[in-house]
Write a protein that binds this ligand. Structure first.
Ligand SMILES: [Fe+2]
Ligand SMILES: [Fe+2]
Length: 488
């Protein structure tokens, strides 16, 4: 038994190049593999990470412990020098496999041979999303609406980088040669690349402006949260522990999204009131105020919500059933659900496209697990949308944001071959072609939002289309210099 700090509950060992609480100092093989992977990662970060800010001092939080109450330390850091570490939530004594065919067995500390390929696939798919979002967001620093927002963007970026490390650790530690090859592949694919795209659709879309960024962190990072929640249930204990710690970071990403959109709403409403504009649909008048009209926010939400729904895969899926049965990927809040956790005879209602109609039918619960996770996701989204609507209501403006039908603008699953309106009415191709720009951002909408994206980098100042946050990060005052940019 080593006396390295990694073995003290919650403490992180900084004596190796890669901070960790997994005893890397005593694991020469994995340490070496990761040290060999490290230069490629830094290369990737320098070429695909935040463009133009690699020498800036950013007020970032770094994990120094896994204690839920005190894991973050804030300080100025240059991003390439961020201590990307491998941090697992504490091992729970006597943890069991809590669902599927192996329910009741002791949780696995090694990969069960027969599930090796499935597990590797789950780890690689999760891992691929992490660098993808950094790539998608790499140009946004230049148009940051404040130093506060710029700092939040970079915090999200370095943590997505750390999430990549988290998955790469699992690949190196538990999957031998194929694991090493997959870890390489994660540095080779690129978001939006024609030849080597990232694995999932939403992670190949552009994030052209800050409104897209806030919508992405609200809707798409929330898909990430749901996936991590279900992997945190895994019977493979190292994956569970990894995901549990990632979730503590993910919460901040969704905070950035929800408060980001919320501040856009507040600013728009305030500008409308000050100018005496009552009709939220008088788009020209609202835009003339230099703020983003609420109908455009609705269109952006429609787009990001529908893209994110596609990430849940087909509603009915034998893969999902197999992952569950094998004890690899559970349901959201699995251990809180009151049932047999085997789903051998249970059913679950699934919205399907049958005989030209959208209908709810009961499917075996085991194959409907993607649908169930997506339902949990929609509920989680709805909470945030309701909080946004409270802001609009408080301002006395007659408008409410809504989540579109799950049949709207889909490219995967039951509704991929049909056209539907946001309220779930089926449309002909011709109707869709005529109406889609009432529901999805048009080129003009994109150009208008882009026209507002001028940098605002004076400490304590905010671009005209977004309100200041209620409080700074780490209880810092609003005029705190969250990023020392140091540019020409
Ligand atoms: Fe992540
Ligand atoms: Fe995230």
């Amino acid at each position: 038994m080593s006396s390295s700090a990694a073995h003290v509950e919650g403490a992180v060992d900084y004596s190796t190049k890669i901070p960790n609480n997994v005893g890397l100092a005593d694991d020469a093989r994995v340490l070496k593999a990761l040290e060999q992977w490290h230069p490629g990662y830094i290369d990737w970060w320098m070429t695909m990470g935040p463009d133009g800010f690699q020498t800036s001092d950013v007020y970032l939080r770094t994990a120094i412990s896994i204690d839920p109450k005190g894991w973050a330390k804030f300080d100025y850091v240059k991003m390439p020098e961020y201590r990307w570490g491998i941090l697992l939530a504490p091992q729970e004594n006597e943890r069991k496999v809590n669902f599927g065919a192996f329910k009741g067995e002791k949780a696995w500390q090694e990969v069960p041979g027969e599930h090796r390929a499935s597990l590797r696939r789950l780890v690689v798919i999760q891992g691929d999303t992490e660098p993808a979002s950094v790539e998608q967001q790499r140009h946004l620093g230049k148009t940051a609406p404040s130093l506060y927002d710029m700092r939040n963007l970079f915090q999200v970026n370095v943590e997505e980088g750390r999430h990549l490390w988290a998955m790469v650790y699992l690949l190196h530690k538990y999957f031998g040669k194929d694991g090493r090859e997959e870890a390489e592949g994660l540095l080779q694919r690129r978001s939006g690349d024609v030849d080597k795209p990232r694995m999932l659709g939403a992670f190949n879309e552009a994030t052209p402006d800050w409104l897209s960024f806030f919508m992405f962190t609200f809707f798409t990072d929330r898909d990430g949260k749901m996936q991590l929640e279900s992997l945190a249930q895994s019977g493979f204990d190292p994956l569970s522990r990894t995901c549990r710690f990632m979730l503590t970071e993910e919460a901040h990403h969704m905070f950035v999204g929800e408060t980001g959109v919320g501040r856009v709403i507040e600013r728009t409403c305030a500008a409308m009131k000050a100018a005496g504009v009552e009709d939220p649909y008088d788009i020209a008048k609202v835009r003339a105020l230099g703020v983003i009209d609420l109908p455009t926010l609705q269109k952006k939400a429609n787009l990001h919500f529908s893209l994110s729904l596609d990430l849940f895969g087909s509603e009915v899926s034998t893969n999902a059933a197999n992952f569950y049965n094998a004890g690899l990927k559970g349901r959201f809040m699995e251990t809180k659900i009151d049932d047999d956790h085997a789903l051998t005879s249970a059913t679950y209602p699934v919205l399907k496209f049958i005989d030209g109609q959208i209908r709810m039918v009961d499917e075996p619960a085991l194959t409907a697990l993607n649908m169930r996770l997506r339902d949990d996701y929609v509920k989680d989204c709805q909470g945030g949308v309701s909080r946004w609507n409270k802001l609009i209501e408080k301002a006395g403006i007659k408008f409410a944001l809504t989540l579109p039908s799950v049949a709207f603008n889909r490219h995967i699953g039951e509704f991929k071959d049909v056209k539907a309106s946001p309220d779930g009415k089926l449309l002909t191709e011709a109707e869709w072609a005529k109406l889609q720009h009432q529901w999805l951002p048009s080129t003009d909408d994109g150009a208008f939002v882009a026209s507002l994206m001028t940098p605002c980098w004076d400490a304590g100042k905010y671009a005209g289309w977004i309100s200041a946050p209620k409080v700074g990060i780490d209880s810092k005052p609003g005029d705190f210099e969250f990023v020392k940019v140091h540019q020409g």
